[in-house]
Design a protein around this ligand. Structure first.
Ligand code: ADP
Ligand code: MG
Length: 694
């Protein structure tokens, strides 16, 4: 139950003065529907009204606040003509101009013979000074207390800045004095004000500096938000760990057979990761572990061995991939190992329907199938495992803490969960999203993988690239050609890819395949398969290949419009080559002129191959919000905290959360009670439910 002290903040915005149904909808677009959304929507700029010139010296186009005498009113005779109010100071005259004006209102606001302070943009029209629709018209008394700086908020079409600012001001006035949830010594050491005061300050910036994420008020609020995030994760983690799991301890006989069938030995990083995973599975507590490793680091085999461990212990395993291509690829590469171990593996995706699906479901329920690979289809309602012991989730950044918690609802007995992520995630981000998990990191690469030579070229040199391709293909090389990512327009992505494929066919006379997101799954698989066996030597693709296609023979990666991709994406794409023995190259074609960020991005890629370094850099260049894309990324979204700036606060919050919960696991102390308010304020209600006494 939300504490009553927060009720005012969770009221709907329509309860605010000046917010009717129309404005409410517009505000919902930029901030949200409740007061809390408004108060956490901090200003993005300032309007400075402190420029107070005499009229004769006023700079045109600039916001000015001027003191004038009202001379007379010139009503309009015609709707298209504005209503004008003539004014002057002792240096010059100016006309205040109003379209669609109400005369009575204006007469009251600007009485003839009165003195007024008006603020707005000064312009010149037909050689006369004008101020169209002044933002403010004040009496000299009002002007003495009027703030000369006004916060500016992000707007949307049809939402007037004044209207939003007014609503936010009213919302901020409703912010209650909440009990302090920060450690007092810590707060003092940082010289932070109380929460409500920090909000007031954040909404009344007077200098540009106040808008920076480093401004003390914003720091405090960011810390509050991060602390709520970390508290929630630590609580969830404690809860997950607290669930009695099962001891999963294989005897190694299947693993031995599989390892014998592998053409290589495990690297020591893989051994270490596997040991960690097996030790975790062996404890009676539930496993919730992240296996983090760069593209091609060799996570899949580690996951497979962990699955075999579960099967040895008499359970079943599940391996879930984010896309069908990837699921099938896992199946193709792992089935031989399953066969070598003498166990049964099957696949289930959205594509299996009707009786083939029934057959799989039956065999799964009876326990005949030991390991099931697939897409999220394997966790749909009607899929019943006989005894699921370990679930492996691949490429997990599309998968949030909520889904992880859902996973555990599968089967009566708790399921151990291993999450693989190929996107190296900066430490700070990992903490916000995976703070509830233990982490195994696969560093380094399997032996035999050579660094990929990366070149950044202007798109004007496309012909050279095509020539290079022609020569390479003649020698039997295989190449990916990734086409531009056009924002929010799959159609044009597709058109670009199709056009490129046609041109390359002409230019190379080679077999050129095409794969894109709009294809039917079967067609896509066929195109992939043809490339894999070498029937086609160039594969033109939209970004569908991003998520982990494995064709060891491919040695060239061309990316068009590389400037439109994020660093992590480019890194992932590059990871598609350099998988075999031969030397590989990645050609990043850009369309100039490049912005600073794009330049920095491409430079980073040329200079390093370390996914973790790249991820940190990506975070720095783009900020967390964009880093992993959309809402569906499963990454928490922060309203105030900016991880590129507040990363340091995050680890402090982490330690803070852990310490508090170790001393006060049920948040019963005075600070504990206050922290509950914090959790509700930032809507981590779910976590509060995990407290033994809600
Ligand atoms: P990830 O899933 O981490 O992206 P994969 O598991 O797909 O990486 O492995 C990439 C490639 O490296 C695969 O072709 C795999 O067979 C190979 N590989 C994995 N482990 C080793 C190893 N210890 N020695 C040599 N090759 C390996
Ligand atoms: Mg992989």
């Amino acid at each position: 139950m939300r504490p009553s002290i927060l009720f005012p903040l969770f009221a709907e915005t329509r309860t605010l003065p000046g917010v009717g149904p129309k404005v409410e909808k517009l505000i919902a677009k930029v901030a949200g529907t409740r007061l809390v959304d408004l108060v956490l929507d901090l200003p993005s700029g300032i309007i400075d009204r402190s420029y107070r010139p005499k009229l004769i010296e006023a700079e045109l186009g600039r916001i000015a606040t001027v003191a004038v005498n009202v001379l007379d009113h010139v009503p309009s005779h015609d709707r298209r003509q504005p209503y004008r109010v003539r004014c002057s100071d002792d240096t010059a005259a100016i006309e205040l101009v109003f379209f669609h004006a109400y005369a009575d209102h204006l007469k009251r606001m600007l009485p003839v013979g009165g003195k007024r302070i008006v603020s707005g943009r000064i312009e010149k029209f037909k050689n006369r000074l004008q101020m169209p629709h002044p933002d403010h018209v004040l009496s000299p008394e009002e002007a003495t207390t009027f703030p000369m700086q006004e916060p500016v908020y992000r707007l949307t079409e049809n939402l007037a800045g004044k209207v939003l600012a007014k609503a936010i001001r009213a919302a901020v006035e409703k912010v209650p004095v909440v009990p302090e949830w920060l450690n007092e010594a810590f707060r003092k050491q940082r010289s932070w004000t109380a929460f409500d005061e920090a909000l007031q300050i954040a909404h009344t910036p007077t200098r540009e500096k106040d808008l920076l994420p480093e401004a003390p008020a914003r720091m405090r609020l960011a810390y509050d938000e991060l602390l709520a995030n970390q508290l929630a994760l630590v609580l969830i983690r404690a809860r997950m760990r607290g669930i009695k799991g099962r001891t999963i301890k294989g005897d190694g006989h299947l693993k031995k057979k599989a390892l014998a069938a592998l053409p290589f030995a495990l690297t020591s990083a893989q051994e270490t990761a596997l040991t960690e995973i097996e030790a975790d599975m062996a404890t009676p507590a539930r496993m919730l572990r992240l296996l983090q490793g760069d593209v091609g680091a060799g996570k899949t085999i580690v996951a497979m061995l962990a699955l075999l461990n579960a099967v040895e212990a008499g359970g079943q395993g599940a391996l879930m991939a984010p896309t069908e291509i990837l699921a099938r690829q896992h199946m193709a590469s792992l089935e031989p190992l399953a066969n070598a171990a003498g166990i049964r593996m099957a696949i289930l995706t959205g594509r299996e329907r009707g009786s083939p699906r029934e057959v799989v479901l039956k065999a799964l329920a009876s326990g005949e199938i030991d390991i099931l690979a697939g897409t999220h289809a394997i966790f749909s309602e009607d899929v019943q495992f006989h005894d699921l012991a370990l679930a492996v989730v691949d490429e997990q950044h599309r998968f949030g803490v909520h889904q992880r918690m859902q996973l555990q609802g599968k089967g009566e007995k708790p399921v151990d969960v291993l999450v693989m992520t190929a996107t190296p995630i900066p430490r700070t981000l990992a903490l916000t999203a995976y703070g509830d998990m233990d982490v195994s990191r696969l560093t380094g690469r399997p032996p035999g993988r050579k660094p990929v030579e990366t070149r950044v070229l202007s798109a004007e040199r496309l012909n050279e690239v095509v020539d290079h391709l022609r020569r390479a293909i003649a020698k039997g090389a295989r190449a990916y050609w990734v086409c531009p990512l056009v924002e929010e327009s799959e159609k044009s992505d597709l058109a670009a890819a199709e056009e490129r494929a046609t041109e390359l066919r002409k230019a190379l006379g080679a077999r050129v395949g095409l794969v894109h997101g709009k294809m039917k799954a079967a067609e896509r698989d066929t195109a992939m398969a043809k490339f894999k066996v070498g029937e086609t030597s160039v594969l033109v693709a939209t970004t569908v290949i991003e998520v982990g296609v494995d064709v060891a023979e491919a040695t060239i990666m061309v990316v068009e419009h590389a400037e439109r991709f994020g660093l992590a994406q480019l890194h992932q794409l590059r990871g598609r080559v350099g998988r075999g023995e031969a030397k590989s190259s990645c050609l990043l074609l850009y369309q100039g002129p490049l912005g600073e960020t794009a330049k920095a991005r491409l430079k980073t890629l040329r200079e390093t191959d370390d996914g973790f370094v790249i991820a940190e850099e990506d975070l720095r260049l783009r900020g967390a919000g964009e880093l992993l894309g959309t809402r569906q990324s499963g990454m928490p979204e922060f309203k105030i905290a900016d991880l590129a700036v507040h990363g340091e606060l995050l680890s402090v919050a982490r330690d803070d959360a852990k310490l508090v919960l170790s001393q006060d696991p049920d948040l019963k102390s005075r600070r504990g009670e206050a922290l509950r308010v914090l959790l509700y304020l930032f809507e981590r209600d779910e976590a509060v439910r995990y407290l033994r006494t809600g």
